[in-house]
Design a protein around this ligand. Sequence first.
Ligand SMILES: *[C@@H]1O[C@H](CO)[C@@H](O)[C@H](O)[C@H]1NC(C)=O
Ligand SMILES: *[C@@H]1O[C@H](CO)[C@@H](O)[C@H](O)[C@H]1NC(C)=O
Ligand SMILES: *[C@@H]1O[C@H](CO)[C@@H](O)[C@H](O)[C@H]1NC(C)=O
Ligand SMILES: *[C@@H]1O[C@H](CO)[C@@H](O)[C@H](O)[C@H]1NC(C)=O
Length: 283
Amino acid sequence: MKNLTDGKFLAASILFALSFVHQYCVLGVQITDLRVPPSVRNGSASVLLDCEYTLRPDETSTDSGLVVKWFFNKTPAPVYQWIPGNKPQELGILKGRLNLDHRASHHPATMHRALYILNPTTDLAGEYKCAVSTFDDEDFMIKTMIVYAPEQRMDVVLAKTETEAVNVTCKAQGVYPEPRLTLYKDPEQNNKRPMNGVTLDSRQRDGAYDVAASTRLQDEELNTTAVIDCELLIPGTDYQKRKTITYHPGQALAWTDSGGSRINISICWEAVTVVLITLLAAS
Ligand SMILES: *[C@@H]1O[C@H](CO)[C@@H](O)[C@H](O)[C@H]1NC(C)=O
Ligand SMILES: *[C@@H]1O[C@H](CO)[C@@H](O)[C@H](O)[C@H]1NC(C)=O
Ligand SMILES: *[C@@H]1O[C@H](CO)[C@@H](O)[C@H](O)[C@H]1NC(C)=O
Ligand SMILES: *[C@@H]1O[C@H](CO)[C@@H](O)[C@H](O)[C@H]1NC(C)=O
């Protein structure tokens, strides 16, 4: 009989201790995962930035002071704020850029924790911080998202700029962020060893980059058919693009500094037409 009472007492003590631990030692608000895609293409339909967190049971009640805020690029004012029970607010650079109806979960204490950005553009590339707080606790996590824009145009041009040499230039326009350009000559034979003496040029225009890589080849380096390969990479993304041209020895190159190395076919046809008309008129 005595033993049974002791057992009951022990069980009650353990239960009490557990509930004590639960109430006072279990951690409060904790961000368990900040899911921000490392890169997204400019003008994609949408992108979701999610901030998953756990709360103590007492923190899910409406009087716990729970607030979810998102910050962008270390700006002190939030770009998003949600207090459960209220409508989420989009602020600053995100004003008018979110789908505020999106629900990341069905739980009233977490449903509007995520940013659902519509048509992300390059101005939204940067550091995102999610901060979740209650009256007693707070936690935050930061991640970076790149919004990249592929080139609007990319060309490889060979042009003669001096008697003994040929200028090899690769240009790409309207890329964001700043891309890396690499030139290769006969990449298959040369183990993809980049060309020597390459000069790089980079300028910003309308929030994007125009870049060029150029080098010189001596005429005797072009005495057999040569493949010139230009590779564009956008750091921090999987984006890559290559443009290849093949040069045949003896091929006529323009003495210009731009892409005018092609024969203007329409001028050709105009000449042919003039000749035909002249012949017909004469007959
Ligand atoms: C990004 O996309 C927007 C519209 O979708 C466009 O206006 C803008 O020019 C693009 N930016 C770049 C750098 O291509
Ligand atoms: C091309 O020129 C290099 C020297 O620059 C020479 O070694 C090579 O034999 C030449 N090749 C041909 C096909 O003429
Ligand atoms: C090649 O030509 C471009 C202009 O088309 C010029 O900007 C560049 O400096 C030249 N590069 C070399 C190595 O001569
Ligand atoms: C070719 O010539 C036509 C007629 O003169 C001109 O309209 C066109 O712009 C030229 N194209 C190039 C690539 O120079």
